[in-house]
Write a protein that binds this ligand. Structure first.
Ligand code: HDD
Length: 703
C-alpha cells in the first residue's frame, strides 16, 4: 500500500497556530482557522511543502514533482538586475493635492482643479552603492515621484540636490564608472572617497558646483522626510494656447531640513545600516505621514536671458532669493507598499513620462536622459511590457495597439490591431487632447559642441560655499579633506585643491593644510574667472532652513531599574504630544523596573541603541544603577557621543557620575538640561526643537 508522502515528524513546527500582533504590538499565538491553502503559481492546492516527491523514503527525487520544480524554478529567477545607479532605494505610496488651478501656465490636467488628489508613488535612493549597501553613505539622494494623473503617468525623476555633476548626458557613463567600485578590485562600495572618482572630478571642472553640495551635509540627510527634492532641469509648462513658461520643480519638506554629522553617519552605518528605510517605515506605520510642498520657479525667456549662465545648464540653479518659488500643491506619503519587490524594486521611472501641458527644454542632460530611462527598463524588467506591472500601469483609461512580447498581460481585444482602419474600431489620436510638443524654432549647424554660456564652472560653487553657516563650511572642508585623504595619487589631491582656489581661498588652504600639501598648487586654468559679486543665498543652507520644533524627530531615553516613573511618564507624554517619537534604551532589552515597580518596556539595549540613532537624548538612570552603568563603555559612549555631536541632553542629577565618566561633566552648556522632575519637561521639549547646539562645535570638533 502506498504510504503518505510526509510523516508527522517531517512537518514544520507551527502548523496549526499562527502569530498575530495585539493592539500594543505584542505577539500572540492563535489557531489558524481561516488561513488560506498554499497553492502553486497555477493555483493548484499543495498537500506537502516540506518534502519533495521521491521513489521510496530514501530514493531519488522524481521529475514529475511539478510543485518542487515550479518552486525551485521561480526561486532561481528571483533576482532581476539591480539598477545601474540608484540601486538602493525605498518607496511609499501617497497622493498629490493641487492647491489651485494653474491653467494660466499649463493645460496639464493635474493642475486644473483646486483640491484634486492624484495618486503618487515615491522612491528615494542613494546613487553609487549596490542594493545591499548602507543608508548613510555620503551620496546624492534620488527623489523620484510618479504621479498617476488622469492624462497619463508623470514622473519627476529628481534628486535632493538641485544641480548635477555634468552638463551633457554623454558623460554619464564616465561619471558613474568613476564613482562606483574600481573595476579591478571591486571596492570601495558606496563611497566616493577613492582615486577614480576624484580623478574624474578633478578633470571635470563643470562638476565643482555639485561637488560643494555633495561635500556638504546635504549628502548625509537625517531622513528622507527632512530632505528637499528637485527636478534639477529647466522644464516647460505649456497652456491651452500653446504658450510656454519655463519651470523648475522644488519639493519642500514640511518638517524642515536636517542632516546628520559625518561622524554620526559613520556610526549609524554600523548601528543601523537601514536607518533611512526604518525611519520611513516607522513614521508611516505610526501615522506620521511625511509631507512636501511642490513649489515652482516659473520664468520666461526674457528673465532667462538676464543671467550670464544658461538655464539649460544643469550645473546651475536660480537662487530662490532671486526667483521665489510658488507653492502649487502638496505630496503626502501615507502607505507603505504591500510588497517591496513588486512595487519599490519594479517601479520604473522615466523622465520622458510627461502629460500634455508639461514639456522638455533643450538641456542636453535631460535630452539624453529621455533616451536612457526607457532603455534601462527593458533590461531590468525583462521586456517591453513593464507597463503591465501594476506599479507602472497608468490609473487612467488607456488604449493602444502595442501587443505581444514577453509577459504580455493585456493585448487589446477584437480583430483590429492597427489604425487607420475601416471598421471604426479601436482608439484614434486626438489633436485636441493629445500631447503637443512646444513648437520651438531650432536652427544651426549640426555639431558636437558645448555652448559658451555653459563655461562658468566656479561662480555658483563659490556662492553655495559662502551661503553656508560657519559649522556647515567647516563640514565641507572636513569632507573634502577626508575624501581626498583616501586618494592615493598625490597629483589628484593637488589638482582638486587647484580648483578650490577658484571657489574660496580659505577653503582651499584649509583642505591643502589638512592634506599636508608641502606647497599650494597654482589655481586651475579657468575658462571664465569666478564672479565674486554673487551674494550669499540663505536658502542654500540646511541650518538656516532647519526646524524649530521637535515634531517628526526621535528622542532616546536611557533608563535603568529605579528610573523615576513620574518623570518618564511626563516625558513620553510630552514627546507624543509634540508629534515626535521616542525609544527607551535600557541595560537589557527586556526592560527595567521603574521607581513605582512598573515595567518599563525597552526597544533597545544600550549597546544596540547608541545615541547616534536619536535627535536628542534624555538620561534618566537611578542612583542605584549607576555603579554598573559607569562601567559599561556603551553607556559612556552614549553620553560622550551625544555631547560630541552637539545634541541636546536632558539629565537627572543621578546621571552625574555617568557624565563625569564620559568626560563631559565640566563642559555642560545650556543644551544640557537638568530634569529634576515632571515640571522641567516642557522646557526640555521646547529646547530640543533647536536640535543641535552649534555653539558647542568649536569645542568638540564634530568633524
Ligand atoms: Fe538618472 C535612475 C535621477 C541623470 C540614467 N536617476 C535614476 C533615479 C533617479 C535619477 C532619482 C532612480 C529612479 C528610481 O528610483 O527608480 N538622474 C537623476 C537626476 C539626474 C540624472 C536628478 C540629473 C539631473 N540619469 C542621469 C543621466 C542618465 C541617467 C544623465 C543617462 C544618460 N538614471 C539613469 C538610468 C536609471 C537612473 C540608468 C537607473 C535605473 C533607472 O534609470 O530606472 O536610466
Amino acid at each position: 500500500m502506498a504510504k503518505s508522502s510526509s510523516r508527522p515528524s517531517d512537518q514544520a513546527v507551527i502548523h496549526d497556530q499562527k502569530l498575530v500582533r495585539g493592539d500594543g504590538g505584542e505577539l500572540h499565538q492563535v489557531a489558524q482557522g481561516s488561513t488560506p491553502v498554499l497553492t502553486t503559481a497555477q493555483g493548484g492546492p499543495v498537500a506537502d511543502d516540506q518534502n519533495s516527491l521521491k521513489i521510496g523514503a530514501r530514493g531519488p527525487t522524481v521529475l514529475e514533482d511539478f510543485h518542487f520544480r515550479e518552486k525551485i524554478f521561480h526561486f532561481d529567477h528571483e533576482r532581476i538586475p539591480e539598477r545601474v545607479v540608484h540601486a538602493r532605494g525605498y518607496g511609499a505610496h501617497g497622493y498629490f493635492e493641487t492647491f489651485e488651478s494653474l491653467a494660466k501656465y499649463t493645460r496639464a490636467d493635474i493642475f486644473q482643479r483646486a483640491g484634486e488628489k492624484t495618486p503618487a508613488f515615491v522612491r528615494f535612493s542613494t546613487v553609487a552603492g549596490s542594493k545591499g549597501s548602507v543608508d548613510l553613505a555620503r551620496d546624492v539622494r534620488g527623489f523620484a515621484v510618479k504621479l498617476y494623473t488622469q492624462e497619463g503617468n508623470w514622473d519627476i525623476v529628481g534628486n535632493n540636490i538641485p544641480v548635477f555633476f555634468i552638463q551633457d548626458a554623454i558623460k554619464f557613463p564616465d561619471l558613474v564608472h568613476s564613482v562606483k567600485e574600481e573595476p579591478d578590485r571591486a571596492f570601495p562600495q558606496a563611497q566616493s572617497a577613492h582615486d577614480n572618482f576624484w580623478d574624474f572630478i578633478s578633470l571635470t571642472p563643470e562638476s565643482m558646483h555639485m561637488i560643494m553640495w555633495v561635500m556638504s551635509d546635504r549628502a548625509i540627510p537625517r531622513s528622507f522626510r527632512f530632505m528637499e527634492g528637485f527636478g534639477v532641469h529647466t522644464f516647460r509648462m505649456v497652456n491651452a494656447k500653446d504658450e510656454s513658461t519655463f519651470v523648475k520643480f522644488h519639493w519642500k519638506p514640511k518638517l524642515g531640513l536636517q542632516s546628520v554629522a559625518w561622524n554620526e553617519a559613520v556610526k549609524i552605518n554600523g548601528a543601523d545600516p537601514d536607518f533611512h528605510r526604518r525611519d520611513l517605515w516607522q513614521s508611516i506605520q505610526a501615522g506620521n505621514f511625511p509631507e512636501w510642498e511642490l513649489q515652482l520657479q516659473l520664468f520666461d525667456q526674457d528673465f532667462a536671458d538676464h543671467f550670464d549662465f544658461d538655464v539649460l545648464d544643469a550645473t546651475k540653479l536660480i537662487p530662490e532669493e532671486i526667483l521665489a518659488p510658488i507653492p502649487v500643491g502638496r505630496l503626502v506619503l501615507d502607505r507603505m507598499p504591500d510588497n517591496f519587490f513588486a512595487e519599490t524594486e519594479q517601479v520604473a521611472f522615466m523622465t520622458q513620462n510627461v502629460p500634455p501641458g508639461i514639456d522638455f527644454s533643450n538641456d542636453p542632460l535631460l535630452q539624453g536622459r529621455n533616451f536612457s530611462y526607457l532603455d534601462t527598463q527593458i533590461k531590468r524588467l525583462g521586456g517591453p511590457n513593464f507597463t503591465h506591472i501594476p506599479i507602472n500601469a497608468p490609473k487612467c483609461p488607456f488604449h493602444h495597439f502595442q501587443q505581444d512580447g514577453h509577459m504580455a498581460i493585456r493585448n487589446s481585444a477584437g480583430r483590429v490591431n492597427y489604425q487607420p482602419n475601416s471598421f471604426n474600431d479601436g482608439p484614434r489620436e486626438s489633436p485636441q487632447r493629445g500631447f503637443r510638443s512646444f513648437a520651438e524654432t531650432e536652427q544651426g549647424p549640426k555639431q558636437r559642441i558645448r555652448a559658451e554660456s555653459f563655461a562658468d564652472h566656479y561662480s555658483q560653487a563659490r556662492q553655495f560655499f559662502i551661503s553656508q553657516t560657519p559649522p556647515e563650511q567647516g563640514h565641507i572642508a572636513a569632507a573634502l579633506t577626508f575624501e581626498l585623504s583616501k586618494v592615493q595619487t598625490p597629483v589628484i589631491r593637488e589638482r582638486m585643491v587647484s580648483h578650490l582656489l577658484h571657489i574660496d581661498e580659505g577653503l582651499a588652504n584649509k583642505v591643502g593644510d589638512g592634506l599636508g600639501l608641502k606647497a599650494m598648487p597654482k589655481p586651475a586654468d579657468a575658462a571664465i574667472a569666478t564672479r565674486r559679486d554673487l551674494g550669499a543665498a540663505p536658502s542654500l543652507s540646511i541650518v538656516e532652513n532647519g526646524p524649530h520644533r521637535f515634531e517628526g524627530r526621535k528622542l532616546g531615553i536611557l533608563v535603568t531599574d529605579g528610573t523615576d516613573a513620574a518623570l518618564l511618564k511626563a516625558l513620553t507624554a510630552a514627546v507624543a504630544k509634540a508629534g515626535a517619537s521616542f525609544e527607551v534604551i535600557a541595560p537589557k532589552v527586556g526592560g527595567a523596573k521603574a521607581s513605582d515597580g512598573s515595567l518599563i518596556e525597552a526597544q533597545q539595549m544600550i549597546g544596540g541603541g547608541p545615541s547616534v540613532l536619536y535627535d536628542a537624548v534624555a538620561l534618566l538612570p537611578s542612583q542605584a544603577a549607576m555603579a554598573g552603568l559607569v562601567k559599561e563603555s556603551s553607556a559612556r559612549d552614549f553620553v560622550a557621543d551625544a555631547f560630541a555631536h552637539c545634541k541636546f541632553i536632558g539629565y537627572v542629577e543621578d546621571a552625574m557620575p555617568l557624565l563625569e565618566k564620559a568626560g563631559i561633566a565640566d563642559s555642560l552648556d545650556e543644551a544640557c538640561v537638568a530634569l529634576s522632575g515632571p515640571k522641567d519637561v516642557a522646557a526640555f521639549l521646547q529646547a530640543i526643537g533647536a536640535l543641535r547646539q552649534w555653539a558647542r562645535e568649536p569645542k568638540v570638533n564634530m568633524s
